[in-house]
Design a protein around this ligand. Structure first.
Ligand code: SF4
Length: 285
């Protein structure tokens, strides 16, 4: 089997729709920037800064909010007004987080911990946002979420992310965390689960192996699902153009690809203009 790299995000993308996975990870058609992606990345960067410290004293709230201005990502917003409204919201989210968590501030044992684990047939990679060690010596893995709504419990039970982090914790540090948590930043609410048993972990490994085998065998069928209306590739998807006339479907997809090429050309020109303003010509290739 060729070397397959899987993360929680890519494996879940394949399980949801192999064709959308192919567009993103095999064909490299980028998901366009969006306010929510930039907003989420900015909050993660600010929280990484809050906890990745050399001293056990937390910074002040004012320092944290100033850092948000430094790490704020401006791409993907329609205009300055929209960006400022997201920035105000991010400040509010951080303020609420700070007030709730900083009274019990302790230095975590890991922040933004990257991992890459050979799993026999594929490489499992990811980044764990934070690992705390509690006074009783137990560990808690925490992942920050910027979803606007809380997930349904049955979807959480099937989610691969926390079991993957449990496996990674064992590989990286030889520990089994006693708690694994999603911290929903917008609601300032934490959902905590207990670690999976060996049987559940085996089930997760089998799911990941099925994904790796599907990718290695080039199996990328579309899987129409309730999230299709929000799919970044809906304009390219053959399921959208089902008709008695196959030619019209192919023509519609061709037009969608041409539109994407025009957008990419425009973005390249803007980027090269930025480089020229900085006194650099674009590199070849
Ligand atoms: S629109 Fe639906 S079926 Fe088509 S690629 Fe996207 S997720 Fe898959």
């Amino acid at each position: 089997m060729m070397e397959i790299r899987l993360s929680y995000t890519s494996a879940s993308a394949y399980e949801r729709c192999p064709l959308a996975y192919r567009y993103q990870y095999v064909d490299g058609i980028e998901v366009p920037p969006s306010p929510h992606l930039s907003f989420g990345r900015s909050l993660h960067a600010a929280l990484e800064w809050l906890y990745a410290r050399d001293v056990p004293e937390p910074p002040s709230l004012e320092e944290l909010l100033s850092y948000l201005d430094v790490c704020w990502e401006s791409i993907g917003y329609r205009n300055r007004e929209e960006e400022l409204s997201f920035l105000r919201h991010a400040r509010e989210v951080l303020e609420n987080f700070y007030r709730r968590n900083i009274p019990a501030f302790r230095l975590p044992v890991a922040v933004e911990q990257r991992f890459e684990i050979p799993m026999g047939g594929y490489l499992l990679s990811g980044v764990i946002d934070r690992v705390d060690r509690h006074p009783d010596g137990s560990y808690e893995v925490i992942d920050y979420k910027t979803n606007r709504r809380l997930p349904e419990l049955n979807r959480l039970r099937e989610d691969l992310q926390l079991p993957i982090y449990q496996m990674a914790s064992r590989e990286l540090w030889g520990i089994t965390p006693s708690k694994l948590s999603f911290y929903y930043l917008l609601m300032n609410q934490k959902f905590t689960t207990r670690p999976c048993g060996e049987e559940e972990l085996q089930g997760v490994k089998e799911r990941l192996l099925r994904v790796a085998e599907g990718i290695a065998s080039g199996s990328f069928p579309p899987n129409p699902n309730p999230l299709c209306p929000w799919c970044a590739y809906i304009d390219l998807c053959p399921t959208r153009y089902v008709s008695d006339d196959p030619r019209s479907g192919l023509e519609a997809r061709r037009r969608a690809l041409l539109r994407r090429r025009e957008n990419i050309d425009r973005m390249l020109q803007e980027l090269e203009e930025e480089l020229r303003k900085l006194g650099h010509g674009p590199e070849e290739g």
